[in-house]
Design a protein around this ligand. Structure first.
Ligand code: ADP
Length: 517
């Protein structure tokens, strides 16, 4: 897996995890808010229902306290309450005197009812008008409300209302999955319990609500808890959508980044090429400056020859025995010499002009001869012998003439520097062309002391130089110029002493055709 693919996958995974965590958090907050709203509503409804019990007890007490009260009226009211409120399962009246007895009962000894003696003991200790909660007997879901009546009420001293706690909370209503309801009486006894305990305890967060009912007489504790299902917090479709969107986002970002990177690289390449062209031009101009005196010398020769030949022509023209053939010969020589001077100047101009590379088919032998002509006077001045070994089979190559001339020129200058300190008779530079194994090229070798092996790998690094006034830019520039045509330049030491720099140039189809002919 490439580093790029790994990076894209890593970014996608990280963003997906963050986005899923966000979705989960948002879902959790949403669930918690709706849970709290539901729990508060339930608490309010149950509290209101509990308050109704107080209201019924108060009106029943009022019936008993009225001056014309009759048990028949009491019974009628009781039956109406029992009919309309099925959660109230019994309403009983107790009398303390003369012997404790049930003044009125609605059921025959239900299993949740306490002993009469027990109830009398509890009720007789209550201040008049007060109501308390009493847990149902035998661990049932029922609880009782015991209300002490004012002394003024004859025949009955207390009312006992039995309530089925299960029905306080709509037994028919479906509980959402994972919801649990519990109602406890003040003694801690659990009257009702609905719903399963959280099965994923510890893994998923549990939402909880716990509050006493708002009724003063029935401070029952309502506890609601809920553990959200995994699918509610981490909905598959939402997560798949998030993962897909993140994937698309990361791919887009990586595409945009790649495009930007490519554009930057192209800009850098363009500016590098421009820089390189400027450097090559600067070096050429610099070299030409150095060569100026040699070139002047070079031009002096044809110009002097033209002068003396023209003087000879003049003499011939003024002689009485004028031979037209001799005049033609003199003029021919002048034309040849003037052409030679013109050639030197146009080569110089082509070399100095900062034109872009123009690939053209060019004989390597001719190219080497051109360079030799340019450097000859300089080498003569430094008493360096230049040998040309031109392979007659070396084919033409498609190259930018000026660039490759500059490369050969640089190599010859380096070779001159390498041999300059030798005794005069050993100062030799050889420029050879070759055609071998289907590739062609030019090799520049010298009789100098060669390149120390430690320097060999660094020769083409920019600014690597061992010369006190060197810049270390010549060889890197040569390498760039040769590589621009798909070629290669190498450096090595010659076994019998000295260094050899070889330019290998590729042959395009047409060059090969010519080579094969
Ligand atoms: P400069 O000539 O400014 O030093 P170059 O890039 O042309 O920069 O050459 C780098 C170094 O390569 C030279 O300083 C020299 O040490 C080494 N070098 C180049 N040509 C030769 C050669 N023909 N013989 C020995 N050393 C050479």
């Amino acid at each position: 897996m490439s580093r790029r693919v790994a990076g894209v996958l890593g970014a996608w995974l990280m963003l997906t995890v963050i986005a899923v965590a966000l979705v989960t958090t948002v879902n959790f907050v949403r669930l918690r808010n709706s849970f709290e709203a539901e729990a508060r509503t339930l608490h309010r409804v149950v509290s209101q229902r509990a308050d109704q019990h107080d209201a019924h007890l108060t009106s029943l007490a009022a019936v008993l306290a009225s001056p014309d009260h009759s048990l028949a009226t009491f019974r009628a009211v009781t039956e109406a309450v029992l009919r309309f409120y099925p959660r109230i399962t019994a309403i009983d009246a107790i009398s303390f005197a003369p012997v404790p007895n049930w003044a009125f009962t609605t059921r025959e000894l239900p299993s949740d009812r306490h002993d009469l003696g027990e109830l009398v003991a509890i009720a007789s200790n209550l201040p008049a008008g007060q109501t308390i909660v009493l847990a149902g007997a035998n661990d049932t879901a029922a609880y009782h409300l015991v209300k002490r009546l004012p002394e003024a009420t004859v025949q009955t001293n207390a009312l006992v209302m039995t309530i089925d706690a299960k029905r306080l909370m709509d037994p028919e209503a479906d509980l959402p999955k994972g919801m649990r309801l519990a109602l406890r009486d003040p003694s801690g006894h659990e009257l009702v319990q609905r719903g399963a305990p959280p099965s994923l305890g510890g893994v998923m967060p549990v939402l909880a609500f716990e509050k006493e009912l708002g009724s003063r007489s029935q401070p029952l504790l309502l506890r609601i808890s809920r553990s959200p299902a995994m699918s509610e917090l981490l909905p598959f479709m939402a997560n798949a959508l998030v993962a897909t969107l993140m994937g698309i986002g990361v791919l887009l970002a990586s595409f945009v980044q790649r495009e930007r990177h490519a554009a930057r690289e192209a800009r850098e390449r363009a500016s590098f090429h421009e820089h390189q062209a400027r450097l090559a031009h600067a070096m050429r101009v610099n070299t030409v400056g150095e060569m100026a005196s040699g070139i002047a010398h070079e031009l002096t020769q044809p110009l002097t020859a033209i002068l003396s030949s023209s003087q000879a022509g003049l003499r011939l023209a003024s002689s009485p025995s004028l031979d037209p053939d001799e005049i033609i010969g003199v003029l021919d020589a002048n034309v040849r010499l003037a052409k030679r001077a013109g050639d030197i100047l146009s080569r110089l101009r082509a070399y100095v002009t900062n034109s872009g590379p123009v690939p053209e088919r060019m004989s390597l032998n001719r190219l080497v001869r051109n360079v030799a002509e340019l450097v000859q006077s300089d080498l003569d001045r430094r008493s360096i012998a230049l040998n040309l070994h031109l392979d007659p089979d070396a084919p033409s190559a498609t190259i930018d003439r000026v660039s490759i001339e500059q490369v050969v020129h640089n190599l010859v200058r380096n070779a001159s520097d390498a041999v300059e300190s030798l005794p005069q008779e050993r100062r030799t530079i050889t420029v050879a062309t070759f055609f071998k194994d289907g590739s062609t090229g030019i090799a520049v070798s010298d009789s100098g002391s060669g390149i120390p092996p430690a320097d060999l790998p660094r020769l083409f690094e920019p600014f690597f130089t061992t010369k006190p006034d060197g810049m270390g830019l010549g060889l890197p520039l040569c390498e760039r110029l040769v590589e621009a045509f798909g070629g290669q330049i190498t450096a090595a030491n010659v076994p019998k002493g000295g260094a050899v720099f070889t330019i290998h140039l590729p042959l395009i189809a047409e060059d090969r055709k010519e080579a094969a002919e």
